[in-house]
Design a protein around this ligand. Structure first.
Ligand code: IFM
Length: 495
């Protein structure tokens, strides 16, 4: 059915009805429990320098791959040289937790060093300094073990025809070894571990959309292989961290909480009245939001990604995978449209759009919809797993800081309502602490609560950092304060 006919029918139905539903009452205030993690997130490659020995380090040097040829080694935040300053920013903006990654390739710069377990002394010293500074400031570290980058001795985008990173079978045990060693070294400082950040994003962006290394288009079988190996690597990493980290870092009775971090989109059919688009959205939602969680929580292995467990290589409740997430790390930003029009991704048989969606929602500088209500949609999808949830990322590209306060409060309000409705949400990490290197988009989108001067690396708080500080201090968001904020204004895209 065409969209306008459907709208007309809805209008007629509404006019003809005598009994309108009473408007749903929205709480005046939502609140979060004490002990809630209030933090922000970052990732090594996006804020550190000197990671040229990674797949991304090579990729950024490849002409044409990054907007304006930008490179984190030039004009970046250089976070490991600004540890005290960044910890002070966390403190000043009321945060009690910080999510960041420790970089495998920094700690083991070469394959020989990795094989011999000879970590780089300067890398260890830098991360030790960060852990010590966080401890002194009573800020809980939340540590990601892999955030998109892989050492170049496992992933070399200059040879895209060869199996890359997650496609290579040996990466599974190698990654588990890295996880175990990191957990043994820093387990005394860390209780919260995240294994792999956004395991579905890297294969989709790298093998289907061509925006991440190895830069292939529609190479779906290779993408799916990478995704499968990430699921297996996550499970082995989980076991390795559990075995190596038996220290309760903060004395709360828990030694290590290990989880996976998923990027969930509120997946919608481009035309909700067109059954083929509705079916396409169901397929995309399943592959993007559910496939890997089914695998590592329930052990349900859908080898051919067809949505059932009837295939010859499918498995129900595989003990090598099941039960490998103590919490679900959820990154939520926005909506995604699926349709049977446009370029179709084979196997999934759908076209996907996440930028410039043609609807009335306000947009970010990155052309993503601002869609706080979508938070509840993606939370409802994962409720059945029965696990605690940590919002490991949520944020807005907003260089002028004109929409961030409203974005933040509206999303936290939705989260607070979900919590009141029984969701067990343990923390919220705003993306990001600082403006940083946004992968293929370079320094263009500005997600930070703090700006970073490209010439001097000097940081400065944006006004929204104080809005966040106020919420973290009170543990509350009220409708009144949201209503008092100016409405969203049109974005200022940088591209
Ligand atoms: O910057 C990224 C981050 O690395 C992973 N999650 C989404 C963020 C914004 O695109």
């Amino acid at each position: 059915m065409k969209r306008w006919i459907a709208i007309a029918l809805l209008v007629v139905a509404a006019c003809g009805s005598d009994e309108a539903d009473p408007p749903a009452t929205e709480p005046e205030e939502v609140s979060f429990p004490s002990g809630f993690l209030w933090g922000s997130a970052s990732a090594g490659f996006q804020v550190e320098k000197g990671l040229g020995n990674t797949d991304w380090g090579k990729w950024v040097k490849t002409p044409g791959k990054i907007k304006d040829g930008e490179d984190p080694d030039v004009g970046g935040a250089d976070a490991l040289a600004h540890i005290a300053e960044d910890v002070a920013l966390l403190k000043a903006s009321g945060q009690n937790s910080y999510r960041f990654s420790v970089e495998w390739a920094r700690v083991y710069p070469t394959r020989a060093a990795f094989d011999a377990d000879q970590p780089d002394a300067a890398a260890i010293a830098a991360y030790d300094e960060l852990f010590a500074a966080l401890r002194a400031a009573q800020i809980t570290p939340f540590v990601t073990l892999q955030h998109f980058t892989l050492p170049d001795y496992f992933s070399d985008p200059s040879k895209p025809e060869e199996p890359q990173g997650w496609e290579r079978p040996e990466i599974i045990d190698a990654f588990a070894a890295w996880c175990g060693r990191a957990a043994a070294r820093w387990g005394g400082a860390v209780d919260w571990w995240a294994t792999i950040n956004e395991p579905m994003v890297a294969p989709v962006a790298g093998y289907i959309q061509g925006a991440f290394p190895p830069g292939l288009l529609l190479a779906v079988p290779r993408a799916l292989l990478a995704g499968k190996n990430e699921a297996r690597a996550h499970a082995k990493c989980y076991d390795a961290v559990k075995a190596a980290d038996t220290i309760d870092a903060d004395g709360d009775g828990k030694t290590s909480l290990v989880g996976i971090v998923q990027h969930q989109r509120a997946v919608e059919p481009e035309d909700p009245d067109y059954p083929d688009d509705v079916a396409a959205a169901d397929r995309v939602r399943y592959v993007n939001n559910m496939w890997i969680l089914n695998a590592v929580v329930r052990g349900d292995w859908d080898d051919d990604f067809d949505g059932n467990l009837d295939g010859p290589n499918d498995k129900k409740g595989d003990p090598a995978l099941a039960g490998r997430s103590d919490y679900l790390g959820i990154n939520y930003y926005s909506a995604l449209w699926a349709s049977v029009n446009g370029i179709q991704v084979p196997v999934i048989n759908a076209g996907i759009k996440q930028d410039r969606l043609l609807n009335d929602r306000p947009k970010t500088d990155f052309h993503w919809d601002i869609y706080p209500e979508g938070f509840r949609i993606i939370l409802d999808e994962v409720k059945g797993f029965g696990l605690p949830i940590v919002i490991t990322e949520n944020g807005i590209a907003d260089s002028r800081d004109v929409n961030r306060a409203r974005f933040l409060l509206e999303h936290l309000y939705e989260l607070g309502k979900a919590q009141a409705d029984g969701f067990d949400i343990r923390g919220y990490f705003y993306w990001s602490l600082l403006d940083n290197f946004e992968w293929a988009s370079g320094y263009c989108p500005r997600f930070g609560l703090h700006t970073v001067d490209r010439a001097t690396a000097a940081r400065a708080a944006r006004p929204s950092a104080q809005v966040y500080a106020r919420v973290a201090a009170s543990g509350k968001v009220t409708k009144k304060e949201i209503d008092a904020l100016p409405p969203y204004v049109p974005p200022a895209p940088c591209d």
